[in-house]
Design a protein around this ligand. Structure first.
Ligand code: FAD
Ligand code: FES
Length: 270
């Protein structure tokens, strides 16, 4: 194993099926992808056979098993439209694993997960890792509408308790997931056995981070940012933290909510 386990690999498509509205699960055979990958880390995918689009696109590791990796993605533009057209046997060039993932301390016993929309993407890998560590899990999961709530049966089968919200009320509570989170989240004593993990729109992360910080509870949030290189060199993805500007692709995308300037998170989404 190399000292710095980031590799550029050519992966082969073994599955690329729709799982929701314009949303697909891409399964890749990548036997030479580093086995050190952790939940919360991401890959930079080349989304063309030529030079256009030139920049790679960032995707969380939806799951990582021996010899394969999965990406859960929504088609939003040219790169993801190209991905949706890939068929079994096609080659995809990717670089990873990149960035800092979620930290699972041996003392952890209970995890609250909060996901908004495509923020669910890194949670399958995280849930599998938490389950292996014997951690109890409660997931607050919100989306625009029922069709955007993904992989519910799989998460229940993995022993995760679910609390759902949709903006149109088609499944679970009507409203935003942060409202449901606030209703159910009781004051808990800060403890090394308890932690919040969140991924989703910046506004949601701001809200969850603020609540956690108010109670001095450990909380990690996974941020998104427009990324050019994904490798820490262009400085195009920086975010303000208590420790100065940090690169989402290198020091993140997972950050402790305690270290972020939460007002800056809410501004960064606009
Ligand atoms: C660390 C990280 C992990 C990510 N993980 C996932 C994932 O698991 N699944 C997934 O579906 N998406 C994920 N994304 C977002 C994904 O990178 C973008 O959706 C993708 O780059 C869009 O490429 P495109 O060429 O299809 O769209 P483009 O044509 O480049 O853009 C289409 C629209 O999407 C917006 N957009 C593009 N990139 C981003 C971005 N990085 N953040 C916010 N908005 C963006 C653009 O502003 C534009 O409005 C992640 C982003 C980051 C930074
Ligand atoms: S995307 Fe280039 S430094 Fe983060």
């Amino acid at each position: 194993m190399s000292f710095f386990p980031i590799r550029q690999v050519t992966a082969r498509v073994t599955g690329n099926d729709p799982v929701g509205e314009a949303t697909f699960r891409l399964i890749l055979s990548a036997t030479d992808f580093p086995p050190t990958a952790a939940p919360g880390q991401f890959v930079m995918l080349r989304t063309s056979a030529g030079a256009d689009p030139m920049l790679r696109r960032a995707f969380s590791l939806h799951d990582r098993q021996e010899g394969s990796l999965e990406i859960l993605y929504k088609v939003v533009g040219r790169g993801t439209a190209w991905m949706a057209q890939r068929r079994t046997g096609d080659a995809i060039d990717l670089i990873g694993p990149l960035g800092q993932g979620f930290a699972i301390a041996p003392t952890l016993r209970t995890a609250l997960l909060v996901a908004g929309g495509m923020g669910i993407a890194p949670f399958r890998f995280l849930i599998r890792s938490l389950r292996a560590a014997g951690v109890d899990m409660l997931l607050f999961y919100g989306a625009r509408t029922e069709r955007d709530l993904l992989e519910l049966a799989e998460m229940e089968a993995a022993g995760v308790s679910l609390l759902l919200a949709t903006e149109d009320g088609s499944r679970g509570e009507r409203g935003r997931i942060t409202e449901l989170f606030q209703q159910h989240f009781r004051k808990v004593e800060p403890s090394e056995a308890f932690k919040i993990f969140a991924c989703g729109p910046h506004e949601m992360l701001y809200e969850v981070g603020r609540i956690a910080r108010g109670q001095a509870i450990a909380c990690e949030v996974s941020l998104e940012s427009h990324m050019a290189c994904g490798l820490g060199t262009c400085m195009g993805c920086v975010i303000a933290t208590e420790d100065g500007y940090q690169r989402v692709c290198r020091e993140g995308p997972v950050f402790s909510a305690q270290r972020l300037l939460l007002d800056e998170i809410s501004l960064a989404q606009d």
